[in-house]
Write a new protein. Structure first.
Length: 86
């Protein structure tokens, strides 16, 4: 199973967990599995139209990926919320 690693403030939405095993052969399917396990994360990664939110970046193996990217068992998918300020 792939594993999602939560970085930054998104951890709060998952009860403080930093890594969660999920099902899915694509990033989109893994995010859906994550949202099913932790409903507070619903629409945090992707918007209502299914597009990646501007404040979120996804990484697999040190490279940025899209929601359509493939995942294999044992892959770590990092979800990072952008930091902003003024």
């Amino acid at each position: 199973m792939p594993r999602i690693v939560l970085m930054g403030s998104i951890r709060q939405q998952a009860g403080g967990l930093d890594a969660i095993e999920v099902e899915g052969a694509t990033v989109r399917a893994a995010v859906a599995s994550l949202e099913k396990q932790h409903p507070a994360l619903k629409s945090w990664v992707a918007d209502e139209q299914g597009a990646l939110r501007r404040h979120v970046k996804l990484f697999r193996g040190g490279e940025a990926v899209t929601l359509e990217a493939a995942l294999a068992p044992g892959d770590d998918l990092y979800i990072v919320g952008a930091v902003s300020g003024g």
